[in-house]
Design a protein around this ligand. Structure first.
Ligand code: MG
Length: 203
């Protein structure tokens, strides 16, 4: 499986990092070794001094497809979850400055904690979903999918022109504003609406 991540999909977040709001989806990938599941701890990596959390709604792809038309894209996922797109912001800043790829800052081991998935049918409208992150009990990030620049269906359609989607692939759909640094001993809790779907410690 692979993990596809959308960057700059919430304009308030694009602005907080001084990035232009994109005209087309920006995507990058993380390998399967980035996945962190079952609420296992995240071990703070030695190569960074500025690992940031980015809280994102994650789609789980349920069938293979390419050149998926936007009107059919909703058929390609039944379940959604919440995940953290951990980013070594110090390494990313160096890469950005030089115009180099971001993998060193985005694709490292354990950089994609993902919680339990729930059927999307559980929610009245997945295009108006509240989601949030608490660290040590304090609210750190709060978003609503209505603020996405590119919808879930558009993302699936766009990405599948370039990269075939396969059953079990995950798509991180972008973070709202409020990203920030984490540190050892932090306790993460991530929610869709009021449901706690991801919880882990930083070690
Ligand atoms: Mg992100």
């Amino acid at each position: 499986m692979k993990i596809i991540c959308i960057g700059r999909n919430y304009s308030e977040h694009a602005k907080e990092l001084n990035n232009a709001v994109p005209e087309k989806p920006v995507f990058f990938m993380k390998p399967d070794t980035a996945l962190l599941q079952k609420n296992n701890p995240f071990f703070y990596p030695a190569f960074s001094e500025d690992v940031h959390y980015e809280t994102e709604i994650v789609l789980k792809i349920n069938r293979n497809g390419k050149y998926i038309e936007e009107q059919f894209a909703h058929k390609y996922f039944d379940e959604i979850g919440i995940g953290i797109d951990f980013t070594a912001r110090d390494l990313q800043a160096e890469q950005k400055k030089k115009g180099l790829p971001w993998e060193i800052a985005k694709a490292f081991d354990q950089s994609a904690p993902v919680g339990n998935f729930v059927p999307k049918s559980k929610f009245q409208d997945i295009n108006q979903l509240n989601f949030s992150l608490k660290i040590n009990g304090e609210l750190k990030q709060q978003g609503n999918t209505r603020d996405m620049i590119f919808s879930f269906d558009h993302i699936i359609s766009y990405v599948s022109q370039f990269v075939s989607l396969k059953t079990g692939d995950l798509i991180f759909t972008g973070t709202p504003a409020g990203v920030g640094p984490t540190k050892i001993n932090d306790h993460f809790e991530a929610f869709i609406e009021d449901e706690l779907l991801l919880e882990f410690n930083v070690k």
